[in-house]
Unconditional design. Structure first.
Length: 431
């Protein structure tokens, strides 16, 4: 009941937290089958939230056992379909508790439920896949050993964020081809341990095919600069917020692959060119995306800014106590980078739920059912205020470009053109 109540509120919060969520190939998920969803883990818990909100099935999540230490947290996590999985670093005595978790998974899969597993076993905010642990394969084959052939499928889902620690960034989820456990039964009978290793490798390859993967950390800076040029060259549409367009992900995957294949000389050459270009932008006080979007500075958009100010003002200040406090907690109380954005989201979501419950109960008592309509309107004005602020920022950036002298503007545009031609070429061609 609580899972169903929280889900639509969380979905609304996610549509505010992210500027865009691309969720592609969802039709690959088999219907009516027992499923294990295998996902990579760049943030603390945002990716499970997105799965729960935007997949039409109930999910059960295996999460870190140390989160269940406090009784109150344990009750909350349990009603939200969270199941503890304990790691070696939490103590050998805790590992014994995993037997209960494995039994829960076997029963859930026998009943054709869906279990979400994070097979990397830990969260690090980086664009590469970490070693995959064998626990997922062991749970899959443990279900087979206990209940026989139940046509279990493992579905790899790649999780990608443009900037995982930033508010109003972009999330890109992509569902891979399902892996049918039946295909490994004969191998498992002959050599269980080798088959577990083989299946783990197949899951790893399935995830790598759905993520932006930069194997060498030394390539991160160059890849991110190319991502920035690519994104600014392909600005996303405001609506729909949830999109099934895979092109943005494919472009960034191709860029990451090409950077990995470049020679050291090529990397150095391109890094220097991009560094010089961005230095010139900074010197002239302009942004890259504004160079091709200067037409935003026109009278129609001025009218939008003028007439949109009142709903922006109301929406901003009504919602400010929520996102202002969430930002404060994330900034001052959270040290680990991977937890900053998730904690901000969790605090904002929790406050939103409490505010909805309070205003609905008090509002209905004082003003009747019209109060619910007013509450919905105020929340949507809050979302509008974010769009308004982003538009205002772009408008001012475009204004700065139009204030450049003609020679400087042409030089910057020509320099950008040479860089984006390269970016477009590699973004549209896989290695």
């Amino acid at each position: 009941m609580i899972y169903s109540f929280v889900r639509p509120i969380a979905a609304y919060a996610l549509k505010i937290f992210f500027r865009k969520i691309y969720f592609t190939n969802r039709d690959r998920i088999p219907e009516g089958k027992p499923l294990i969803l295998a996902i990579n883990h760049p943030t603390a818990f945002i990716e499970p939230c997105i799965l729960a909100c935007f997949l039409p099935i109930k999910l059960y999540f295996l999460v870190r056992g140390d989160l269940f230490k406090k009784p109150l947290f344990r009750k909350i996590l349990n009603v939200l379909h969270m199941v503890p999985i304990f790691r070696r670093q939490e103590g050998l005595d805790q590992l014994k508790k995993n037997d209960e978790t494995f039994d829960f998974c076997y029963e859930a899969l026998k009943d054709h439920k869906t279990v979400v597993i994070l097979p990397e076993g830990r969260t690090i905010q980086e664009k590469r896949l970490r070693p995959i642990r064998k626990g997922l394969a062991r749970i899959a084959f443990g279900t087979y050993e206990k209940y026989g052939d139940i046509d279990l499928h493992i579905v790899p889902i790649g999780v990608n964020f443009t900037e995982a620690d930033k508010f109003r960034s972009v999330a890109m989820f992509d569902v891979g081809e399902p892996i049918r456990l039946k295909d490994y039964y004969d191998q498992y009978q002959e050599n269980p341990q080798r088959t577990i290793r083989n299946l783990t490798t197949v899951v790893k390859e399935g995830l790598e095919n759905q993520i932006v993967n930069i194997p060498n950390p030394a390539d991160d800076a160059l890849a991110e600069d190319l991502f920035t040029l690519f994104r600014n060259d392909h600005p996303e549409k405001t609506l729909p917020i949830i999109s099934e367009d895979r092109q943005p992900l494919e472009g960034e995957m191709n860029i990451a692959d090409h950077v990995s294949q470049m020679s050291e000389e090529e990397k150095s050459d391109w890094s220097e060119k991009i560094k010089q270009y961005f230095s010139k932008l900074k010197y002239n006080g302009v942004e890259d995306q504004a160079l091709q979007n200067a037409e935003i500075n026109n009278w129609k958009n001025v009218l939008f800014l003028v007439f949109g100010f009142v709903p922006y003002f109301l929406g901003y200040w009504f919602n400010y106590p929520i996102f202002g406090y969430a930002k404060h907690v994330s900034k001052t109380k959270v040290k680990q980078l991977e937890f900053k954005a998730p904690v901000a989201l969790a605090v904002g979501l929790g406050l939103s739920i409490l505010l909805v419950l309070f205003l609905v109960s008090v509002g209905i008592y004082l003003w009747g059912w019209w109060s619910i309509l007013a509450l919905i309107l105020l929340f949507y004005m809050g979302r509008f205020s974010l769009v308004y602020l982003e538009f205002w920022e772009k408008y001012n950036e475009a204004k700065a470009v139009r204030n450049l002298d003609k020679t400087t503007l042409e030089d910057l545009k020509n320099e950008r053109k040479s860089l984006t031609e390269m970016t477009r070429k590699i973004a549209s061609t896989s290695v």
